[in-house]
Design a protein around this ligand. Structure first.
Ligand code: AMP
Length: 397
């Protein structure tokens, strides 16, 4: 059975076609610059070179048509007919409180999904457009919405509530939801396999350009660092993460920024980029630090310190810790961050293998704790698309 996974952004549409018999990737690609002019599609079939060409894509509707054309192309396609696509899984960023797991897309569920668009308009608008377009182009093919938030739906109320007047939680749905759920689900599931049981206390550190930590106890998420929006929690590429909310008013008084500008400032101009003045990309930051740039060092240390604090607080929240898993572009590839995070963690029962941490093979599951360590530490490369495909298969009639 072949499942098409779609991930719609504001001007892009990423896709993967996965063979669910062995969960292997058949092809992956992206339509980019949708609605911006100069739009193009690029596709790479497993084991082949990338094919890339420009084609007009005024909306996501044309983009989906282009993807289907590319998949069945006689020259570089990977399937003979669209009938081979058994189901489509859509990444949807926000479930609100309406869903606690993935859902089949039909007229009713799409209205409920739309009712949450205000919680993340930048992502939800393209998500919903993508779902609608795909239903039109592939009528009769079962489609599922797999949310970034639902893995965190098991958080207890005292963890997801903000201490604001309760009626505003009720009326406006203001609470912590968390994101990167498919990644936290995948990585905590793989950690449980490695540990031989899911009756464990795991902290998953998803460290990428967007970054979040989750506490997973006995297979269920009990806390996570992102909130109503992905701005809360860790320091990120360009996002501040946790900050005193009074900074907004202070900044607006001092600079004359509007609330929209101040929100943009925290989302797009802050994080390691804002602190370092160098870049949001850790490769650039490390290069700058190695050349003696002290603000790059500061940004890397601040980032790592925040991750360390979350691990400690989640060990407290779960009443202990059995496993720490690193994933995401930084978690998987940036040894200095893992080293700074794991330094002085012996009090938690962690015996980290600093030498091994410096010699990691890219893209592989790697144990970074010693034999003696009571807490296991792993790098586990994430696979969000596979979770979306698996959830889609579960729902397929
Ligand atoms: P992601 O959002 O998960 O794709 O992660 C992006 C982040 O991972 C960027 O900050 C990159 O600098 C970082 N990253 C990716 N590859 C490497 C690498 N080989 N060494 C250091 N950082 C990396």
């Amino acid at each position: 059975m072949k499942v098409l996974v779609l991930n719609a952004g504001s001007s892009s549409l990423k896709y993967q076609l996965i063979d669910m018999r062995d969960e292997s990737l058949i092809a992956k690609g992206v339509c980019d610059r949708i609605s911006l002019g100069g739009s193009f599609i690029s596709q790479r079939a497993a084991g082949s070179d990338e094919v890339r060409y420009e084609t007009p894509m005024p909306t996501h509707f044309e983009a989906i048509k282009e993807i289907l054309k590319a998949l069945v192309s006689p020259e570089f396609g990977v399937i003979k007919s669209l009938d081979e696509i058994a189901a489509v899984g859509h990444r949807v960023v926000h479930s609100g409180e309406d869903f606690t797991s993935a859902v089949l897309i039909d007229d009713r569920s799409i209205v409920r999904i739309e009712s949450n668009y205000e919680l993340a308009p930048l992502h939800m608008v393209p998500n919903i457009t993508g779902m609608k377009a795909c239903r039109e182009v592939l009528p009769g093919v079962p489609q599922a919405a797999v949310f970034d938030t639902t893995f965190h739906a098991t958080m207890p109320d005292y963890a997801y509530m903000y201490a604001i007047p309760y009626e505003d939680y009720r009326q406006y749905k203001i609470r912590k939801y968390g994101f990167h759920g498919t990644s936290h689900q995948f990585v905590s599931g793989e950690a449980a396999k490695l540990m031989g049981t899911d009756q464990i206390k795991t902290v998953v550190c998803h460290l990428g350009n967007g970054a979040s930590v989750s506490a997973v106890k006995n297979g269920k998420c009990v806390d996570t660092s992102m909130g109503l929006t992905p701005l809360e929690g860790l320091i990120m590429g360009t996002r501040s993460g946790d900050i005193d909310p009074a900074v907004l008013q202070f900044l607006m008084d001092k600079t004359g920024m509007t609330i929209q500008e101040a929100t943009d400032y925290l989302n797009k101009k802050s994080g390691v980029k804002g602190v370092s003045g160098v870049s949001s990309d850790f490769r650039d930051l490390i290069a700058a630090m190695d050349e003696g740039n002290d603000r790059a060092r500061l940004a890397i240390e601040m980032f790592s310190y925040r991750v360390k604090k979350y691990i400690g607080s989640y060990a407290a929240a779960m009443g202990g810790l059995d496993c720490i898993a690193f994933t995401g572009g930084i978690g998987e590839n940036t040894e200095i961050v893992r080293e700074l995070v794991m330094k002085d963690m012996e009090y938690l029962g962690v015996d980290f293998d600093f030498k091994k941490n410096r010699n990691v093979k890219r893209g592989a599951v790697t144990a970074l704790s010693t034999e003696r360590s009571r807490v296991s530490v792993y790098i586990i490369p994430t696979n969000e698309e596979l979770v979306i495909a698996r959830e889609t298969v579960k729902l397929k009639p």
